[in-house]
Design a protein around this ligand. Structure first.
Ligand SMILES: C/C(=C\CNc1ncnc2c1ncn2[C@@H]1O[C@H](COP(=O)(O)O)[C@@H](O)[C@H]1O)CO
Length: 271
């Protein structure tokens, strides 16, 4: 085995065994492996870590990406673990500040904050900003889970606790893990992606059932009609599963649905 084939561990250190300066009498421990004589490495683990020679293209390799992905989960869990009850609010990044949908978002944020929920959004502009703004104005916790995008707008100014993600899937885990329910304002592809991911998790029982509330019957009515009229008619979905989506125009009712479902929630099954 050569030095390259040994995966050194943090605990690796050269150890003098019998008080002589001869190489034959040195040992090098790396995890469960002991190296002597011709197997002794020429450098220490720290030396190799601190050296800045050689190629740097390993930062673009999958093993290194795995470490970055891990760190997103670690940072996300660390930042949100003590948040308390929360609701994730989704909606269009393009909603204009002077539009009725923006006002709806502000109302949702306020109502959730008054009911004691932290508001989690994607941290961006439009409907996300509206919900964060409402939460902040009502004295609630306002959280933004930002995403690195080529046309990134950065976290909106109403976010008090922001976490930025590179990976959509890590960020989506946070939306689900730390929320008692979802409220979905009018939105586009991003909003639909978030809604259907959550719906699939609930429908396949990958997550303890939680409420998915669509706000705005004018906007969402067409989608629900298509799900019922086309998907269910073709046998692509079980019509019963449409009950997992709840539609309302009333902000207070949306919040009530979430409060009620928390009361009725079954205890989590053991893993
Ligand atoms: C389009 C612009 C900025 C985009 N910035 C975003 N920041 C954070 N989160 C975003 C952003 N864009 C989409 N999202 C996520 O998807 C949902 C909205 O997508 P939609 O396609 O607009 O419906 C939203 O809930 C976010 O989680 C510049 O204006």
């Amino acid at each position: 085995m050569t030095e390259q084939e040994i995966e050194p561990t943090d605990g690796a250190r050269p150890a003098r065994s019998r008080g002589s300066s001869h190489d034959e009498e040195w040992e090098y421990h790396t995890g469960p492996v002991t190296l002597r004589r011709s197997r002794l490495p020429g450098t220490t683990t720290d030396q190799r870590l601190l050296d800045n020679k050689g190629r740097a293209d390993w930062v673009h390799t999958d093993p290194w990406r795995v470490m970055r992905i891990q760190s997103e989960f670690v940072e996300g869990f660390g930042a949100l673990a003590e948040l308390g009850p929360a609701v994730s609010v989704f909606g269009s990044a393009r909603t204009k500040v002077d539009s009725p949908h923006y006002r709806l978002g502000v109302e949702v944020g306020r109502a959730l904050a008054k009911a004691g929920y932290a508001v989690i959004t994607g941290g961006g502009p439009g409907a996300m900003e509206a919900a964060n703004r409402g939460a902040l104005e009502a004295g609630g916790a306002s959280v933004g889970l930002g995403i690195e995008l080529p046309f990134e707008a950065g976290l909106n100014p109403y976010v008090d606790l922001g976490v930025n993600f590179r990976y959509f899937f890590a960020r989506k885990t946070m939306f689900v893990k730390y929320a008692q329910g979802f409220i979905v304002l009018p939105g586009g592809f991003g909003t639909l992606d978030e809604l259907f991911e959550a719906l699939t998790l609930v429908q396949t029982q990958k997550v303890t059932s939680f409420p998915l509330v669509l706000l705005g019957s004018d906007y969402w009515g067409g989608l629900l009609g298509w799900l019922e009229g086309t998907l269910a008619d073709h046998g692509m979905i079980n019509v019963e599963d449409l009950r997992l989506l709840q539609l309302t125009d009333d902000v207070d009712e949306a919040v009530r649905i979430i409060i009620e479902s928390e009361r009725n929630v079954a205890p989590k099954r053991p893993e």
